[in-house]
Design a protein around this ligand. Structure first.
Ligand SMILES: Cc1ncc(COP(=O)(O)O)c(C=O)c1O
Length: 432
């Protein structure tokens, strides 16, 4: 028989209100407790109460401990362990590429990522509108034949001289994967496009950045002496906008013959006075990178291409993803490259704005390099470039500031529309 030293309460008092109002319940408890305290068993009962309470506390603590143990078990099973990584060491050790800031909103003057401020060809827009979406159930053309034919016609080369890519960046990846590894390094004059060293790292390949002279002339001797498997010359260069004569590039290609690939990054060539296409027929080691993001106003489409000797293109086709450009992009890029009239008009508008902006900034005291690109590099003489950047950003005007040696006193400014450039100039006049 179980024996309890506690006074027994009617069940309804133990299970909730059950029709008894609170004052009644309180009086009942008080009365019972008083009776209990007066009973001779009080001390023993008190002891029992103590042990009961202690038991309750012990049980609760054990439950908490179990919860903690289970949690720690989970942590050990699934959570990040700083001593181990799923990644290759090279990935853990590197910083990824940081793309330019993409502000949202319509009242923004966006001059920070060298996009074209004018819209793409109406024919490209039409091609997207008229795209037969039932075709999306099939994979796209693996080699984007329609674009290769159009580009070959426009550039006076053969379709087999063209390799289409998911933007120029995809071509850079293909080049690093094709030509570089831990024993085959890359060299380029710098400062230049900061994606090159990032892609090189992914390939476990070393890079040699050979500083440009003050006048941004080509450090050809050092590039040849580097012994690199791939030499990259960005022309026009980013972020300087400077341009190297095609004859200089041809001489470099000849000196690198049978030793290295010469990749000429012509992402910004649509705003320059000449280009390297003719070298494809004369030099077996030259690859030209082109982008539809700049001169063709199609940065959001992601389409670029290589122009190179057929044997080089054939090798790089082994490296690219099977379907690296999508069907809609092929249709729009093909229509855009056929529309050379619109393309030339667009580039001329950018160049005209470039001249006006360059002159206005020089008048304000900036030191501005001559640019053959759709951006300019402006050195702040009497002001702190980072502060000017911040003050512009506070007014929703975005340019690019690089906190890097040799660039941290400069702003890289993409050429905008007439209205955008005027807003920038007015804002700068107030800031300086
Ligand atoms: C120098 C240079 N090369 C290549 C690219 C790649 O351009 P995209 O991938 O948009 O074609 C860029 C992009 O800004 C660039 O600045």
């Amino acid at each position: 028989m179980s024996f309890s030293l506690f006074p027994s309460f009617p069940p309804e008092y133990c299970t909730g209100n059950a029709g008894i109002n609170p004052p009644d319940r309180f009086n009942f408890i008080q009365q019972k407790l008083l009776q209990f305290a007066e009973s001779p068993l009080f001390i023993i009962a008190f002891k029992e109460l103590y042990y009961k309470l202690r038991r309750v506390v012990q049980v609760k603590m054990a439950a908490q401990k179990k919860k903690l143990r289970d949690y720690l078990g989970l942590v050990r099973k699934y959570d990040y362990n700083p001593d181990m990584s799923y990644f290759r060491k090279i990935i853990d050790d590197m910083d990824g590429y940081v793309p330019g800031f993409q502000p949202v909103g319509t009242d923004v003057v966006k001059l920070n990522t060298n996009e074209n401020p004018y819209p793409p060809s109406p024919q490209a827009v039409e091609a997207i509108r008229n795209f037969d979406t039932t075709a999306l159930k099939r994979y796209p053309q693996p080699l984007a034949d329609s674009f290769c034919k159009a580009a070959a016609d426009v550039l006076d080369v053969e379709p087999d001289n063209i390799l289409c890519t998911n933007g120029g960046d995809d071509l850079l990846t293909i080049c690093f994967r094709s030509f570089c590894d831990e024993n085959r390094h890359a060299a380029f004059p710098g400062p230049t496009y900061s994606l090159y060293p990032v892609l090189a790292k992914l390939q476990n390949c070393k890079t040699e950045e050979i500083p440009f002279a003050e006048d941004y002339s080509l450090p050809a001797d050092k590039l040849v002496e580097s012994g690199a498997a791939m030499v990259i010359v960005c022309n026009p260069n980013a972020p300087s906008g400077s341009f190297i004569d095609i004859a200089e590039i041809k001489k470099l290609a000849d000196r690198l013959k049978d030793k290295s690939i010469l990749l000429v990054d012509e992402a910004y060539i649509d705003f320059a006075e000449s280009n390297c296409v003719s070298l494809i027929k004369e030099c077996g080691n030259v690859i030209i990178l082109r982008s539809m993001s700049k001169g063709y106003s199609l940065a959001g489409l992601r389409f670029g291409y290589a122009i190179a000797p057929k044997e080089i293109i054939a090798g790089m086709r082994k490296v690219k993803d099977s379907y690296n450009v999508d069907a809609i992009a092929i249709a729009a890029a093909t229509a855009a490259i056929w529309d050379q009239g619109y393309f030339r008009e667009n580039a001329e508008k950018v160049k005209a704005q470039r001249s006006l902006l360059t002159a206005a900034l020089r008048e304000m005291g900036f030191q501005v390099l001559d640019s053959q690109s759709n951006f300019i590099l402006a050195r702040c003489i009497n002001s702190d470039a980072s502060k000017v950047y911040d003050a512009l950003a506070a007014q929703n005007i975005y340019v690019r500031y690089f906190k890097l040696a040799g660039l941290d006193d400069k702003l890289r400014i993409s050429i905008g529309t007439k209205e955008q450039n005027e807003k920038l100039i007015q804002a700068l006049k107030k800031i300086l």
